[in-house]
Design a protein around this ligand. Structure first.
Ligand SMILES: *[C@@H]1O[C@H](CO)[C@@H](O)[C@H](O)[C@H]1NC(C)=O
Ligand SMILES: *[C@@H]1O[C@H](CO)[C@@H](O)[C@H](O)[C@H]1NC(C)=O
Ligand SMILES: *[C@@H]1O[C@H](CO)[C@@H](O)[C@H](O)[C@H]1NC(C)=O
Ligand SMILES: *[C@@H]1O[C@H](CO)[C@@H](O)[C@H](O)[C@H]1NC(C)=O
Ligand SMILES: *[C@@H]1O[C@H](CO)[C@@H](O)[C@H](O)[C@H]1NC(C)=O
Ligand SMILES: *[C@@H]1O[C@H](CO)[C@@H](O)[C@H](O)[C@H]1NC(C)=O
Ligand SMILES: *[C@@H]1O[C@H](CO)[C@@H](O)[C@H](O)[C@H]1NC(C)=O
Ligand SMILES: *[C@@H]1O[C@H](CO)[C@@H](O)[C@H](O)[C@H]1NC(C)=O
Length: 446
């Protein structure tokens, strides 16, 4: 180390600022959020906000945090949402900006969950630098319990109730960490990172598992929007995408993780309503997919625009998965009728997609996945046999360099593995014979 660096280091140490630790108070039977929200303006910098171990806090109203700088939120105790649906739907949101200590409690309430000014998530972080959201590694503590089972049961046979809050928005944050967080039966959507950059999201656990025949609709795991994010060592058991990478995302790595029961490692949907998509440099690797509907998945809407490029799914072990690799540039809302005849020559272009080293078994025995509430099911693919390891549903002239390499699959029934691919839509060797038929590896697949 050079002498000048030593001086710099010493100078930093000599100007350390006071670090504040705030332990959230708990009153049995009461909502613990008002006291916290009242204190928030003083906790927005250089502070640890601690939910202490040994306490189950009542998180009965949504919280919108102020812009935070050098703040960690430490969840060592348990946190619980209200248990009944009506209370959550009717919950009023606390917004630090509207907090006014001189006003009565009624004066600071913001909006009902169903109201348009409701922040949308139960916990909203929006803006800031060096923000850490940390749970606990103690298996008994640090859980946020959303009591989602009641919501799933009440929605049985439909695609979910109205006025469902999202879980945790972690938006517009630079240099953030989300670690050791544990979500127990969330109502719906879990983590969303839109507009953030430089995030490390690791060792988190989502347990959206139903113990009835009701499906945990829309319990998406990680919704990655923004740039420069590393997601690793996360465990997600849920009923929607394990990962979804949204428009504008760049330099996203998702690795060393486990996904069970949901809808796959997804990019999209992109290009809805003609939107211009821009997604680049995504690496998804070393993931185990168990009983998920899809393994690797890409979806863009018919009639979209823009480009998704340089996306790799690598080292994916899958078990009991009906659609290990599924790409569609022709996504549409099946509820609104048959697929539209596209007269628009534009579409979200895709380029440099690699599916590398996929090993596992295809669920090709009859099944109805829990999210199917229509006939045909939303995921049904016309003319598919159910034995396809890869379905490339591409739009002519808009897909380049799409390739699957080292694919080792078998069907559960023992039938031959198949693929679907229209040779008119591809510009290069996709790694297997591009047709609707048996999987036959080509030189590009070696
Ligand atoms: C927080 O600490 C940093 C130094 O790490 C200092 O520059 C800043 O002024 C502090 N902010 C407040 C509000 O104390
Ligand atoms: C960032 O926040 C952490 C707490 O999460 C704190 O220990 C660290 O000092 C902060 N970094 C800076 C540069 O202030
Ligand atoms: C808080 O107090 C200020 C000053 O009295 C007032 O203008 C404001 O409307 C009050 N309420 C809210 C919700 O900000
Ligand atoms: C914390 O919450 C989780 C999930 O609800 C629960 O399984 C666990 O038993 C709770 N811990 C304690 C000590 O009550
Ligand atoms: C493609 O993405 C990877 C990250 O997955 C990155 O390391 C690489 O530089 C990107 N390549 C190009 C040509 O952008
Ligand atoms: C698409 O075009 C075909 C024949 O050109 C027609 O039979 C079909 O009804 C059209 N579908 C829609 C959704 O417009
Ligand atoms: C197709 O995309 C180009 C480039 O983004 C744009 O200029 C044009 O208006 C689009 N055409 C249609 C029909 O959307
Ligand atoms: C399904 O296969 C039939 C027979 O080959 C063909 O006429 C039809 O266009 C196919 N449908 C789709 C949606 O690919």
């Amino acid at each position: 180390m050079r002498l000048s660096q030593l001086f710099v280091t010493a100078a930093c140490i000599s100007t350390t600022f006071a670090w504040n630790t705030f332990t959230v108070a708990h009153s049995p039977g009461q909502d613990d959020t008002p006291a916290l929200v009242q204190a928030l303006p003083d906790l927005a910098a250089n502070t640890s906000i601690v939910f202490k171990k040994g306490v189950t806090y009542n998180l009965f109203t949504p919280i919108k945090f102020p812009v935070l700088n050098n703040v960690e939120i430490v969840i060592e105790g348990n946190l619980t949402y209200p248990e009944d649906i009506a209370t959550v739907q009717g919950a009023l949101s606390w917004d630090h900006k509207l907090w006014n200590a001189t006003e009565t409690v009624t004066g600071i309430y913001l909006a009902y969950a169903g109201h348009q000014s409701f922040p949308g998530s139960w916990l909203t972080f929006s803006g800031g630098n060096n923000v850490t959201l940390r749970g606990s590694t103690d298996p008994q503590w640090g859980w946020i319990d959303g009591h989602g089972q009641a919501w799933w049961d009440a929605a049985r046979g439909t695609s979910g109730l109205a006025n469902r809050p999202h879980g945790i928005a972690f938006s517009k944050i630079t240099n953030g960490v989300i670690r050791d967080m544990k979500l127990w039966k969330p109502v719906a959507w879990n983590f969303a990172t839109s507009g953030s950059s430089n995030l490390h999201v690791f060792n988190n656990r989502i347990h959206a598992v139903s113990n009835s025949d009701a499906f945990p609709f829309n319990t998406d795991g990680f919704s990655a929007g923004g740039q420069n994010m590393l997601f690793e060592k996360n465990v997600v058991q849920n009923g929607d995408d394990c990962l979804t990478v949204g428009n504008g995302a760049k330099n996203i790595v998702f690795r060393d993780s486990y996904c069970q029961g949901g809808h796959g490692l997804s990019i999209g949907s992109l290009g809805k309503g003609g939107q211009i998509a821009d997604v680049q440099n995504v690496m998804i690797e070393n993931v185990v997919m168990v009983s998920t509907l899809y393994g690797a998945r890409f979806k863009s809407w018919t009639g979209g625009n823009g480009l998704a490029r340089n996306i790799t799914w690598k080292n994916i072990a899958f078990h009991d998965v009906p659609f290990p690799i599924y790409v569609t540039q022709n996504y549409w809302d099946q509820n609104t009728g048959p697929m539209p005849n596209s007269t628009n020559l534009n579409n979200t272009h895709i380029q440099d997609f690699l599916f590398e080293n996929f090993v596992g078994d295809i669920k090709d025995t009859p099944y109805v996945e829990g999210s199917c509430v229509t006939d045909p099911c939303w995921y049904s693919v016309p003319n598919a046999t159910g034995k396809e390891v890869a379905i490339l549903d591409l739009y002519p002239g808009t897909a380049s360099n799409i390739r699957a390499e080292d694919i080792f699959a078998r069907t559960q029934s023992g039938a031959s593995v198949a693929v679907m691919c229209d040779p008119k839509t591809v510009d290069s060797d996709v790694g297997f014979k591009c047709w609707d038929g048996t999987f036959i590896r080509t030189p590009g697949g070696l």
